[in-house]
Design a protein around this ligand. Structure first.
Ligand code: URA
Ligand code: CA
Length: 434
């Protein structure tokens, strides 16, 4: 096989066979295909697309291009959850204990934050003592014992995806549905998922800016799951404002604790219960969605979800005292209000701008090498639909920085204030099953 023939085939709209896709992914992994040919192939896929079978084959080949995680020694169906990335999205911290408290195993590999989006590993590290480095055996033992463990994604997972993603980044080929869908699903499959619940965000803080794009990506991933025998459900959820009120690592841990205590923000609670109910159904913990949803509400009310959070934190070396007393979480030196300059209804809150402002306060990373300040972030006071008076606070900046003028302006401009009451926001636009 010669790559140049596969390039002309795809360029002209042909369908690549499993063997041909194997050849490309193998050549990518072992560096026998030069980057310029891989780049040309990515561009051909960008323009010609791929059918479901091709995307599924690409997913499987990338999933098996490196280490795969064998979770077979964990009893039960392993359901993974993936979010395409938002601002202030604290759902994993809530969902993990919630679903585990209902007896469904959650073996989660998570990532770190970059740019305007946060990462679960960073948030967990805001808990004093918490560590995310467990051996594979410890990880599996913890899940068998507590139904819940969270570790960092292994560096050797889906190396072909890592290389292709880096090439896409510099060849203007990131925004291709087949390439995004196979990239995400390959990592879920390599991480050992039997079933997958996807939260595809849409709006100003999301990777997919429009509902139509989000739906196309969701449908592509559900199709892959179905082809590959992994039951997959995708939600399209709103990211036209940040989720909850807290953006920043320690602040979000606190918000997750409050949500597990039943006094969290309405949107974060609703999204966590919805994603969790789908996880419970796919994991065999409930026959149908409504029953699963009620079961999750019950473990919040009876304190089992919070107790599970403590057990989980303890099992990974974290201080459980912070669960009872979140004031023990890292606190920033300065808390400075951002006040509105005019009166009116909050029409929208530009998530990406808020995410960038939180990053500039120290909560996030501009590059992979940046260090973060776990105590920093933004606490929203107003959300979409709220009325604000002139000189009333919109948000509080938590920071150890002193040079705040530009960040302050950024937060003010992220809030669109209008004299007409906006339409109520919808949290979940759609649910996509096969
Ligand atoms: N996230 C991924 O993991 N891959 C993509 O291609 C895009 C977003
Ligand atoms: Ca939040």
């Amino acid at each position: 096989m010669r790559l140049v023939d596969l390039l002309s085939k795809k360029r002209d709209g042909g369908i690549l066979t499993r063997e041909e896709i194997h050849f490309i992914v193998k050549g990518c992994t072992d560096n026998t295909i030069p980057d310029y040919q891989l780049s040309a192939w990515l561009m051909a896929v960008y323009f010609q697309g791929m059918n479901t079978e091709e995307v599924s084959n690409l997913t499987m080949e990338m999933a098996h291009s490196g280490e795969t995680v064998d979770l077979s020694s964990i009893q039960g169906i392993k359901v993974d959850k993936h979010s395409t990335g938002g601002v202030g999205d604290t759902t994993t911290l809530v969902l993990g204990p919630l679903v585990a408290a209902c007896g469904i195993p959650v073996a989660k590999m998570s990532g770190r934050g970059l740019g305007h989006t946060g990462g679960t590993l960073d948030k967990l590290e805001a808990i004093p003592g918490f560590h995310i480095e467990l051996s594979t055996q410890q990880f599996i033992d913890n899940v068998n014992h507590n139904q819940l463990a969270v570790i960092g994604q292994s560096k050797d997972l889906a190396p072909a995806d890592k290389k292709l993603y880096a090439l896409r980044d510099v060849t203007a080929t990131v925004g291709s549905i087949p390439l995004i869908a196979s990239s995400i699903m390959s990592k879920k499959i390599a991480a050992g998922a039997d079933a997958i619940v996807l939260d595809v965000k849409t709006g100003t803080g999301a990777f997919m800016k429009t509902e139509a794009e989000a739906e196309a990506l969701a449908q592509a991933m559900v199709n892959i799951g179905s082809q590959l025998g992994r039951q997959t459900i995708a939600l399209i959820s709103d990211m036209s404002q940040p989720l909850g009120y807290a953006i920043g690592n320690a602040l979000e841990v606190r918000e997750a604790i409050e949500t597990l205590q039943g006094r969290g923000p309405a949107d974060l609670t609703e999204l966590s219960l919805t994603l969790g109910a789908h996880m419970l159904v796919l994991g065999g913990g409930s026959d149908h969605y409504e029953a699963a949803y009620k079961k999750l509400q019950a473990v919040i009310e009876n304190g089992e979800a919070l107790a599970k959070m403590k057990q989980f934190v303890d099992s990974q070396g974290g201080s459980t005292e912070v669960i009872d007393n979140p004031a023990l979480l890292p606190q920033a030196k300065y808390q400075i209000a951002v006040v509105s300059r005019c009166e009116g209804y909050v029409e929208s809150i530009h998530s990406e701008e808020i995410g960038i402002a939180a990053m500039l306060l120290g909560a996030g990373r501009a590059t992979q090498q940046s260090t973060i300040d776990l105590s920093a972030g933004i606490q929203l006071i107003k959300k979409t639909g709220d009325y604000v008076m002139a000189d009333e606070p919109l948000a509080i900046m938590h920071t150890n920085n002193q040079n705040l003028d530009a960040i302050h302006e950024k937060i003010i401009s992220a809030f669109a204030i209008s004299n007409r009451k906006p339409q109520p926001t919808r949290l979940i636009y759609k649910t996509i099953h096969h």
